[in-house]
Write a protein that binds this ligand. Structure first.
Ligand code: GAR
Length: 232
């Protein structure tokens, strides 16, 4: 297990080095803990991060099980991935709800029903309300395609291009009331090349997201388990 862990870290490091990227923190001990953590994944789009969480679990790099994928958009491609990998999913369409609060409550009820321990916003394009944030304090994380605190909010990749920065990246952070502002768990830096289009840059950022999100999940899962032990 330790050996796999070392290899995983080495693979990520060499990928990052090839891409002139940097991951921090990169703790070689972080991906492993037991028993399996129960994850709830929230997604609205393509679900590539969702798929890489599944792959990390399958490769035994992440000791987790996905209790549920929740999507807010019935056309979301993440659903296809859930079907492909036989992961339970539910569509909770915000358009069928009368308010943000009502939608949040349905999402929270589903997560609680399944005793989800850690909620991962993997391309969830909705602001979550205070009730969910409070209920899952230190157990709700988000991935964002910039080096926070730069370029919060929508279209972070375009924001970075428009500002002509030469390094951007991605961040996994805890969710708090202010959008894209919670404590940072892990970040990866990605250089912007002169020839980059938005699409090529997005691909390189997402390649790094696929590495750091499972690492962040492992790290937070460890924290949750440590707290649980301490409270015993
Ligand atoms: C990811 O790049 C993620 O960082 C971004 O949406 C994409 C989802 O891709 N999230 C945000 O912009 C949140 N503010 P995916 O559906 O292929 O995982």
């Amino acid at each position: 297990m330790k050996q796999d862990n070392k290899k995983y870290t080495e693979n990520n490091l060499s990928y990052a080095l090839n891409e002139n990227s940097l991951i921090s923190p990169l703790d070689s001990e972080s991906p492993f803990f037991a028993p399996k953590i129960r994850l709830g994944i929230l997604a609205s789009g393509n679900g590539s991060n969702f798929e890489y969480i599944i792959k990390s679990i399958k490769k035994k790099q992440l000791n987790a099980e996905i209790s549920i994928l929740i999507v807010n958009n019935p056309n979301c491609l993440a659903i296809k991935k859930a079907i492909k990998y036989k992961i339970p999913y539910v569509i909770i369409n915000h358009r069928d709800c009368n308010s943000r609060f009502e939608h949040d409550m349905l999402v929270m009820k589903k997560l609680e029903e399944l005793s989800v321990e850690l909620v991962v916003m993997a391309g969830w394009m909705r602001i979550v309300g205070e009730e969910i944030i409070k209920r899952f304090k230190n157990r709700l994380i988000n991935i964002h395609p910039s080096l926070l605190p730069s370029f919060k909010g929508v279209d972070a990749i375009q924001q970075a291009i428009d500002k002509r920065v030469t390094i951007t990246g991605c961040t996994v952070h805890y969710v708090q009331k202010e959008v894209d502002s919670g404590a940072i768990i892990i970040q990866a830096a990605v250089p912007i090349k002169e020839k980059d289009s938005k699409e090529t840059l997005k691909t390189r950022i997402q390649n790094m997201e696929h590495i750091i999100l499972p690492l962040a999940i492992a790290k937070v899962a460890n924290n949750i388990r440590t707290r649980f032990k301490d409270n015993k």
